[in-house]
Ligand binder design. Structure first.
Ligand SMILES: [Fe+2]
Length: 264
């Protein structure tokens, strides 16, 4: 068990269960019923759709909030979520090999706001380390998309990041033992767009096991793609969001700093 209360700014514990790592959220904290992504859900976006282990990939806890914050959060048009990504390799029958993908999220784009760009998102890494794949495209809905830029953002606990408009984002956990916990603030009034990634069998690159480390491999469904840029999370854009406090608390410290998420 790992107590994440200080890091999250809410009473939250990271606990190990049969279904992989999960969160134990303190009494009195409101949230939606947790949702899980199984490996069967990721079949359409995996390099090897035959991979069948591990079964439970990640748990999502949406709309986490304290009762006293409910009105202010609702009025802001934002939502705060927590996610736990299990470590490990997406492989056949529990036999990980080099070239198999590290555990990852399904990946999605956000839809367009009135201003003509897609909604951004704020992510915080609360525990562990991993990466966000950012795939910048000319048009979210064109198939195949024209990929302008592909960033492998290497992140670790303490990083607070703005995921800009017009990019797909996919979390990856490239290690065998340690889970990654993230929190995010995002506009609540839209549906994430999963099908443009699904139709392309994932992002333009797969992150695969290479010994204890990772390598990237082109997804051949994309006719072209730029070489990935590897960037450290601490060097990534974070606008003028409050520093040194958990993202949950940062919103109440400076709600105006988060308005760009609703009106990009
Ligand atoms: Fe998102």
């Amino acid at each position: 068990m790992v107590d994440l209360t200080e890091r999250v700014g809410l009473p939250v514990k990271l606990v190990r269960a049969e279904e992989g790592w999960q969160l134990e959220i303190g009494d009195g904290v409101l949230h939606e019923k947790p949702a899980v992504r199984l490996i069967s859900d990721l079949k359409p976006v995996m390099k090897n759709p035959e991979a069948n282990t591990p079964r439970w990939l990640y748990w999502m806890y949406r709309d986490v909030r304290l009762p006293e914050h409910e009105a202010q959060i609702a009025a802001s048009g934002l939502r705060y979520d927590l996610t736990v990504f299990n470590p490990g390799v997406l492989c056949v029958d529990g036999n990980p090999k080099d070239g198999d993908e590290w555990n990852k999220a399904a990946g999605h784009y956000h839809p367009y706001a009135r201003s003509g760009v897609t909604f951004p998102e704020v992510y915080e890494v609360v525990y562990g380390r991993g990466m966000f794949l950012l795939q910048f495209v000319e048009d979210v809905f064109s198939i195949p998309p024209k990929v302008n830029r592909f960033v492998i953002l290497e992140v670790q606990a303490g990083d607070l990041l703005v995921l800009p408009p017009n990019c797909a984002h996919i979390a990856v956990v490239p290690n065998a033992t340690e889970p990654m916990v993230t929190s995010n603030w995002v506009a609540r009034a839209f549906d994430s767009q999963y099908s443009p990634i699904r139709l392309m069998k994932g992002a333009a690159y797969y992150i695969v096991k290479s010994g204890d480390s990772y390598a990237w491999e082109r997804n051949p469904t994309y006719p072209e793609a730029p070489e990935p840029e590897v960037v450290k999370g601490c060097e990534w854009e974070r606008r003028d969001l409050p520093k040194g406090i958990p993202a949950y608390k940062a919103f109440f410290e400076d709600p105006k700093a988060f308005e760009f998420l609703v009106r990009p």
